[in-house]
Design a protein around this ligand. Structure first.
Ligand code: ADP
Ligand code: G6P
Length: 483
């Protein structure tokens, strides 16, 4: 029977070692949380890295890692610490990630990183080839594996290969600065179908292909000497029912079932019933505009002192990529900013920012989504931003206001949110005021429209649309051959 082979750098499960035992937790990040729902329902095998380097896994536990992965239809690819340094912390997260998010000043061009990136992409491609059988469909994910599609194509010319990029694709003027731009484009073009979250990313990619490789591009099709490659946008959705149901369960649960976090949130709600809670959740990443957000919040409090003691920013930042210097610097910057602002505005009974730097279990995320009146998401650049969608899906009574950066892919589908430019503090501050004062009927009207769209374009639909288009490329290929 044919199957789908999903391949991404990170598996949906993160393995760690606690007191000599393996522990499995869900991975954080849009790719893993989104695709997990597609994987769980379908006939697919998922190949990827389980989160520990080869050296970190004791010999006697290596088999167990594979067993834990297999239990969830996954295959663990083992990477050494040198590979992780050069491939993951190196080329993926010091070259491609900053460049594709327009942080050119953070982008490093290092031959050694590039060499290891190629090696590790080959390792992933070999792992796919081990599992591949005629008739299988291969779906490669994200910027860590840009070379994999062509590496498979070279060995299996007839394979049906899809590629989905979960982060932005930058404009030609930015992309062209990459020393290995030709190789990267050729790598991705091994796929039959290339997907992006938005039409803008798709357009940027097509423009780079036509200007750098000089291939013929007609509308969204690229003509190669032997094949046609299709490019399209597929905005990723969320597992809407899962978030909606979790919120409904949350409201039905008794006080005894409540989490410690919820008890504390409730305690503050009771103590200050007319105060509002603003939520932000992100991986601690410079693309997420966390420092901008805190500064905009300070600007808001400076300009609107009547909101002192009437508002609280609940900020959850999940540790991410802390071996990369910019992430460590950002962590220090945020610690200082939170300290300074809390020092500047706090009163004996009130702290303006509650800051959590950790990962939280799913039920705590639901506590935060359902309790906070406003979500303030201010990325400087973001491929999609699923948190925005998850927040809306949990608002089962339809209240709540989403303030969302226009730089997030999600903003294209969420017009009913308050859309802001994160660099414009005046605008963010005004949006906060609008959110505070927004009548409940208006919140309900906006959220109902958002919910209707999110429910329809769920992650399930996203995967179905992609798969349908991918399988359609097979027919195009046959007709191309017969010309
Ligand atoms: P990115 O993919 O850049 O991290 P997204 O907003 O698209 O950003 O996706 C983040 C995903 O990670 C969401 O699905 C969210 O639910 C999940 N997530 C964020 N914070 C946590 C956390 N503290 N614990 C568990 N999951 C989290
Ligand atoms: C983004 C990327 C994913 C990545 C995730 C978490 O969503 O698109 O590919 O897995 O961030 O980052 P990490 O580096 O921890 O895998």
């Amino acid at each position: 029977m044919s199957k789908t082979i999903i391949i991404s750098n990170r598996l949906p499960l993160q393995i760690s070692i606690e007191n000599g035992e393996l522990e499995v937790t869900p991975s954080v990040g849009g790719l893993a949380t989104g695709l997990k729902s597609f994987h769980k329902d379908g006939d697919s095998v998922w190949i990827g890295w389980p989160g520990l380097t080869e050296e970190e896994i004791p010999e006697n536990l290596k088999e167990n890692v594979q067993e834990k992965a297999q239990a969830e239809n996954c295959v663990a690819v083992h990477l050494s610490s040198d590979e992780i340094d050069g491939f993951y912390y190196g080329f993926s997260n010091r070259t491609i990630w900053p460049l594709f998010h327009y942080f050119m000043e953070y982008t490093e061009s290092d031959d050694q990183y590039w060499r290891i990136y190629q090696q590790v992409n080959q390792k992933y491609a070999n792992e796919i080839l081990k599992h591949y059988k005629d008739g299988d469909v291969i779906w490669v994910h994200d910027y860590q594996l840009l070379l994999v599609p062509n590496m498979i194509r070279e060995k299996e010319p007839e394979a049906v290969i899809g590629f989905f990029n979960h982060i932005p694709f930058p404009s030609y003027e930015v992309f062209r600065t990459l020393p290995w731009r030709d190789e990267v484009l050729k790598g991705v073009l091994g796929a039959d179908l290339i997907g992006f979250h938005t039409y803008d990313y798709e357009r940027h990619f097509l423009s780079s292909v036509s200007r750098i490789l000089r291939h013929q591009v007609d509308f969204n099709e690229i003509t190669l000497p032997d094949r046609i490659v299709k490019v399209d946008s597929f905005p990723m959705g969320i597992d809407y029912k899962k978030f909606e149901q979790a919120a409904l369960n949350h409201f039905e649960s008794t006080t005894a079932d409540q989490s410690e976090l919820q008890r504390r949130l409730d305690h503050h709600l009771e103590a200050t019933p007319d105060a509002k809670m603003i939520l932000s959740i992100d991986r601690l990443d410079y693309t997420k505009g966390i420092a901008h957000r805190i500064r905009a919040y300070e600007y808001f409090l400076d300009k609107n002192p009547e909101y002192i003691e009437k508002v609280r920013l609940v900020m959850l930042a999940v540790p991410s990529r802390s071996n990369v210097p910019q992430y460590r610097r950002l962590k220090r910057e945020i610690d200082e900013l939170v300290g300074r602002i809390n020092g500047k505005f706090s009163t004996v009974s009130w702290t303006p920012i509650w800051y959590f730097y950790r990962s939280m279990p799913f039920n705590n995320l639901i506590d935060l989504y359902t309790t906070c009146d406003i979500a303030l998401l201010t990325p400087i650049r973001d491929g999609m931003n699923l948190v925005a969608k998850e927040y809306i899906a949990t608002r089962t009574n339809h209240t709540g206001v989403l303030i969302l950066s226009e730089m997030a892919g999600a903003a294209h589908e969420m017009n009913e949110a308050l859309i802001i430019n994160p660099n414009n503090f005046e605008q963010v501050s005004e949006a906060l005021k609008t959110a505070f004062e927004m009548p409940e009927e208006e919140q309900i009207e906006r959220n109902k429209m958002l919910q209707k769209r999110l429910r329809r374009y769920s992650v399930e639909k996203w995967a179905q649309d992609f798969m349908k288009a991918l399988k359609g490329t097979r027919e195009n290929r046959d007709s191309f051959k017969s010309i």
